[in-house]
Design a protein. Structure first.
Length: 390
């Protein structure tokens, strides 16, 4: 069963670049390959996925071609390139996979759309990019029926005007959007008026300009991100908003992070427990690299900071990966001050948000009823949460 993913079994650490063993604590990773979704786990804590038993077939759907993938609050969601619907996978019987009846269901129907990018939305739901209309969509299961195909559950929130290579949500609720075309290669989307979209004045701003096109993008925090360029050498750059002006257009805000990777079609995912590290998937090379800033100098250009953690992968051009979400830092609706409980003190903070006096914190905290907007409906939802927890 696993032989379709690995063409050989490699001794742990044998191919680590630089010769030293890979770093410990490799996280669980989901990886798509045609009709299959694999789960890679570092069972012996040696920092890699080389052992045969560390590769598990998590899901398989005949005639599907799974591409972009995201581990969200609604479950593991993936885009089917054959039909472009979005499915949700859940291990309902606790056997470690989603191969059983009822463990996959379509979350969003294609309906003539071609979904190419997907990202988890804080507080539930997904961000989706429809390449047919070049439109960013918000998908939320508002009526609790297990999908986002009902009235008002799938809404356009922004028109890109070009190919989107990655949707990268920030902790503050804003989105970075990577564009494959050179020039304005990253945009910042900010729902300033809380109406649930990015269509109004100054809600779509340049974040990176006059740079190579973006092949992939990942957010570390509200001021730091990593960008994989579309240049022939596929270099990763570190974006850091030093001046706090919500862009990386100033001096020393766009710097080289990794050595050239020399592999078209590469994409990566940050490690949730260690934002200074990432896993980089190279479908053409059939391997998975761990790239880490081991010495804290804000780059991965030094000895042994690029290591192989999986090789012999038989992947497709649309293969993608998602690191298992970190469940140790829960986000509680109504807990605006992030102290772990909902109290009357959060009511004052919610009022400041609704009056436009402060920037909303993470949507999973401030969008209390989960409808993608900040308005009076959140007051009623907040009151219900407050009464239930006190």
């Amino acid at each position: 069963m696993r032989s379709t993913l690995y063409t050989s079994v490699i001794v742990a650490g044998a191919l680590a670049l630089g010769g030293a063993p890979a770093a410990a604590d490799a996280p669980p990773v989901y990886l798509t390959e045609g009709p299959r979704v694999w789960l890679l786990r570092d069972l012996n804590a040696d920092g890699d996925y080389f052992e045969f038993t560390e590769v598990l077939l998590y899901a398989e759907t005949p005639n599907a071609a799974w591409g972009a993938i995201a581990d969200s609050a609604d479950g593991l969601c993936a885009v089917n390139q054959n039909g472009s619907d979005v499915s949700r996978f859940r291990d309902l019987n606790g056997d470690g996979d989603a191969l059983d009846a009822g463990e996959r269901r379509v979350f969003v129907q294609a309906g003539g759309r071609m979904f190419t990018q997907i990202a988890a939305r804080a507080g539930g739901g997904l961000w989706l990019f429809d390449a047919t209309a070049s439109t960013l969509l918000r998908a939320i299961d508002l009526n609790g029926d297990g999908d986002a195909d009902g009235f008002g559950e799938l809404l356009p929130v922004w028109t890109a005007g070009g190919a989107v290579s990655r949707i990268a949500p920030r902790p503050d609720g804003r989105l970075l959007i990577g564009l494959a075309t050179a020039g304005s290669s990253v945009r910042l989307l900010h729902d300033r008026n809380g109406d649930g979209d990015f269509l109004d004045f100054a809600e779509n701003l340049p974040y990176v300009e006059n740079r190579p096109g973006c092949a992939d993008l990942a957010v570390i925090d509200d001021r730091t991100a990593l960008l994989l360029s579309e240049e022939p050498n596929r270099t990763i750059y570190r974006l850091f908003d030093r001046t706090g002006d919500d862009d990386c257009l100033d001096a020393a805000e766009f710097v080289v992070f990794s050595p050239p990777l020399l592999n078209a079609g590469a994409r990566f995912a940050l490690l949730s427990a260690d934002p200074a590290s990432m896993l980089l998937l190279r479908p053409a090379a059939g391997d998975l690299l761990r790239i880490a800033d081991a010495n804290g100098d804000d780059d991965a250009l030094d000895y042994n900071e690029v290591q192989s953690v999986a090789v012999g992968l038989t992947l497709t051009a649309s293969s993608a990966l998602a690191v298992l979400r970190d469940a140790t830092t829960p986000c509680l609706a109504g807990d605006l001050d992030a102290d772990g409980v909902v109290t009357s003190g959060d009511a004052r903070l919610l009022a400041e948000v609704l009056l436009g006096r402060t920037v909303p914190p993470e949507p999973c905290r401030s969008d209390v009823n989960g409808d993608g907007m900040w308005n009076g409906s959140d007051v009623q939802a907040f009151a219900a949460v407050l009464l239930a927890t006190n």
